[in-house]
Design a protein around this ligand. Structure first.
Ligand code: ADP
Ligand code: ZN
Ligand code: ZN
Length: 808
């Protein structure tokens, strides 16, 4: 019945649902009336009900046509421009639209079904103990567990849906579903306020007490939560006071989210000439009200943040909104703090460190227009801001802007698309711009603004390369701290200054090596070495799948002569405590941080100079501004070069420049030591010479010669499954079909592979990769769409990664 006119009354609408089938887009009939795109609807899907988002009118129907059950919103929840951005992203990244739209919404907007369970006669009988034997062909413990669950059902206590379904399967309970309220409204706070001049009721001393307390407080109201903390259990008194009209109870949307404890940085007194020049250009571009993208290429400590803030202030003065993306807010509380200091409650922060409720509340403040400046991590590129005037991407080279699951988008690239569609100014800021961005600038697609010097005429710190080969004594493990770095640390701490040590590996040592046969102890699920952790009991951990085991003899030969290979942050901490027993030392990595709040608190302590030395992974390299730091050491500067990735060198020099940039940002000059085995690598030399531009020039030439991005477009087709032979066969079939389609003409696409993925096993799955390469995206997209028709054997999954960042 394709193309059929709607039967009876009603219009046809396209609805996005978070399911993979059909790209997640289905047609429904809306009985009576119309509904704009962006509003949520409740629709039947198979045998259940699902919450979907209206995309727009539908032209035709495929299959059975069913009715929208209910329209859930009075106004669109998702603005049109965000819908448009998600559509663009789903098409570009070859992802189903339905789930992609779900990714642009805050958590908790689904109408949730609540399962109600009642015991069946069998369930009753089992609980009574009458027919235990027959019904429970299971162990004694399992039987006890089942009875516990059934008792919980009978008593109306909470039981997880999965467990309820299992009981239903066994015929012990009957389930029915009912709708629970979706938490889509902005979270509210309940306020209590005394009616001015209210007289305390004579015969209720407790009510009188509560009223007296309220009368002495803010007449606009006090959060009920706070009142109940002062008068536990006083809810009935509140109700009675309200009934007597002595107090008023009301609710209002919750205010701005808290920000982590962090020093907010100094106010800028006098702009540098370079800052003023950059701002003049940006204000001019804002006044022109047309899309204009910029690269803000400024060395570390050159005051890029000030430029972002003032450009945003100009957009706000025009009544337009602003979006600022930062790599990971939890790690850069200072930056969010500076925004809050400049714009107050006009700032909404969106990141994973917030609770679900806080995130929803912030999202609503943006949606409602009560916050005009959004600061957020990559997913904030989908924030529902109004009439955007400017989009900022700080540290635009950071790989964390790439989302590596579900919709595999690059937030920096989407930021440009969003700015273009909004007619906004885009500012990509970095001290070490990605080669993609540099190339766009060369082609004239971005205008470059430069901040070539640090503020206040401070110098970039001198960088020395220290050869680690001199520390390789005997057959043992190389020392982590060279004598040169040890000496520098001692001096720094003795002077009362601070140091940062950077090592790109967590844990105690990287891996264990068998000295008899040379095998490394690897993860049984993933083809990577296990990492030894000492914290919370010695254990080997896989950093990919989380597998944990106790140290064991070599699997290959049984020898017990296994030795540590190279060091992680935990071992440095130990060595350092031996070297500087009186220094205050802390470690920051994903193991020690234990949540974004803790990381921020540790960084704040370091900023207040309550710590002398901070050791950590790239978490210490982020855009922190610590004026007390005069020494920075990279312990394994050439380590990142080992990654099996064409971007390894770029990534390495970016990391080194970033850590080096933490030194000498205050009154005292700084100093940087790079420890490396391969001391003549271009990436290491460039970092030492503060010559990122020179590195980029050579590296661009190399990429061009090898036809890698930014001179080509890539799409990685990743196949995975439990049975290696099947995955490999599927990969070969896919590559073969791709070559066949190529021979029939069309724009050229090069087919590379199939090959085992650099990490050939991950979480127990075997992985193969086919890499497609072309000059432009268009032929890549076309080929991928054609390949989507190739049937895959059962148990093999295929995912496309357009513009991949990590080739793993
Ligand atoms: P970047 O992001 O370029 O590394 P920041 O924006 O973090 O640099 O600025 C570094 C420090 O310099 C901050 O403490 C900031 O307050 C300060 N700063 C910025 N501009 C000026 C200026 N014109 N004069 C003095 N200090 C400034
Ligand atoms: Zn693993
Ligand atoms: Zn061995």
């Amino acid at each position: 019945m394709a193309g059929a006119a709607p039967a009876g009354d009603g219009t046809l609408v396209e609805v996005a649902l978070p399911v993979p089938a059909n790209g997640g887009v289905f047609t429904y009939r809306l009985p009576g009336g119309t509904v704009e795109p962006g509003r949520r609807v409740l629709v039947p899907l198979g045998r259940r009900k699902a919450t979907g988002v209206v995309l727009g009118p539908a032209a035709s129907v495929r299959g059975e046509l069913r009715d929208v059950l209910r329209v859930l919103d009075e106004r669109p929840l998702l603005p049109l421009d965000v819908l448009q951005l998600v559509r663009w992203a789903a098409a570009h990244y070859l992802a189903p639209l339905g789930p992609a739209i779900r990714g642009a919404l805050p958590p908790g907007i689904d109408l949730r079904e609540e399962l109600r369970a009642t015991l069946t006669p069998e369930g009753e009988a089992l609980l009574d103990g009458a027919r235990q034997r027959a019904l429970l062909p299971e162990s004694k413990e399992a039987g006890t567990r089942t009875r516990q669950l059934l008792r919980a059902v009978r008593d109306g206590r909470a039981v997880r849906p999965g467990q309820l379904r299992a009981l239903e399967k066994r015929g012990l309970v009957a389930l029915s579903a009912s709708e629970a309220k979706a938490r889509v409204e902005a979270p509210q706070v309940e306020l209590a306020a005394a009616v001015p001049g209210a007289l305390p009721p004579a015969r209720s001393p407790r009510q009188a007490e509560v009223l007296a307390w309220l009368l002495a407080r803010d007449p606009k109201g006090v959060p009920v939560e706070e009142l109940l903390a002062a008068f536990p259990g006083a809810r009935p008194q509140l109700k009675k006071l309200a009934a007597r009209r002595l107090i008023a109870l009301r609710s209002e949307p919750a205010g701005a989210a808290r920000l982590a404890d962090a020093p907010w940085g100094s106010a800028v007194v006098r702009e540098t000439a370079a800052q003023s020049a950059a701002l003049a250009e940006l204000r001019g571009a804002l006044d022109a009200r047309a899309y204009s993208p910029f690269l803000l290429d400024g060395v570390t400590g050159s005051g890029k943040t000030h430029v972002y803030l003032e450009a945003i202030a100009h957009a706000r003065s025009q009544g337009r909104g602003a979006l600022a993306l930062v790599p990971e807010i939890a790690l850069t509380p200072q930056l969010a703090g500076r925004f809050r200091a400049r714009f107050g409650d006009d700032v909404a922060v969106l990141h994973s460190g917030l609770t679900e409720r806080e995130r929803l509340s912030e999202w609503h403040r943006v949606r409602a227009g009560s916050a005009g400046v959004v600061v957020g991590a990559r997913s904030a590129v989908f924030a529902p801001g109004h009439d955007l005037g400017i989009v900022v991407v700080d540290e635009e080279h950071e790989p964390s802007y790439k989302q590596e699951d579900r919709l595999r988008y690059h937030a920096r690239d989407l930021a440009l698309v969003r700015a273009r569609d909004a007619g906004a100014v885009a500012v990509l800021g970095s001290a070490t711009p990605s080669l993609e961005t540099l190339r766009r600038a060369q082609e004239g697609k971005l205008r470059t603004l430069r901040l070539p010097e640090r503020v206040d005429g401070r110098a970039l710190p001198p960088v020395e390369i220290v050869d680690r080969k001199t520390t390789l004594r005997g057959r043992g493990d190389p020392e982590l701290l060279t004598p040169a770095l040890s000496e520098a640390l001692r001096e720094t701490v003795a002077r009362g200054e601070q140091a940062i040590l950077f090592l790109n590996k967590r844990g105690h040592v990287r891996s264990l090596l068998c000295r008899s046969c040379g095998a490394a102890l690897g993860c049984p699920n993933c083809s990577v070495a296990l990492v030894l952790h000492r914290e919370g009991g010695t254990a080997l951990r896989c950093h990919l799948c989380g597998h944990q085991e106790l140290p064991r003899p070599c699997v290959a030969c049984g020898s017990e002569d296994v030795v540590p290979l190279s060091a992680g942050t935990e071992r440095v901490e130990e060595e350092l405590r031996g070297l500087l027993p009186r220094a205050r030392i802390a470690r920051l990595d994903r193991d020690s941080a234990g949540g974004p709040g803790k990381a921020a608190a540790l960084l704040a302590r370091f900023a207040r100079r309550e710590l002398d030395v901070l050791i950590g992974t790239q978490m210490v390299a982020k855009g922190h501004d610590f004026p007390g730091v005069t020494l920075v050491g990279a312990l394994d500067a050439d380590g990142p070069l080992h990654l099996p990735d064409f971007r390894a060198a770029e990534r390495c020099v970016q990391l080194l420049a970033q850590v080096a940039g933490r030194a000498g940002r205050g009154e005292q000059p700084g100093r940087v030591l790079l420890q490396a085995f391969r001391t003549a690598e271009p990436a290491v030399l460039a970092a030492a010479a503060h010559d990122y531009a020179g590195f980029a020039r050579d590296e661009l030439a190399r990429r061009e010669a090898l036809s890698f991005p930014p001179y080509a477009r890539l799409c990685a087709l990743r196949l995975q499954g439990n049975v290696e032979a099947r995955v490999q066969a599927a990969a070969e079939r896919l590559a073969g079909r791709a070559r066949e389609l190529q021979r029939r003409g069309g724009e050229p696409v090069e087919v590379l592979g199939p090959a085992p993925a650099p990490i050939a096993r991950l979480r127990g799955k075997h992985r193969f990769q086919v890499l497609l390469r072309a000059r432009e995206h268009r032929p890549l997209h076309a080929l991928c769409r054609a390949l989507a028709e190739v049937p895959l054997p059962p148990g093999v999954e295929l995912a496309a990664d357009v513009d991949p960042v990590a080739l793993v």
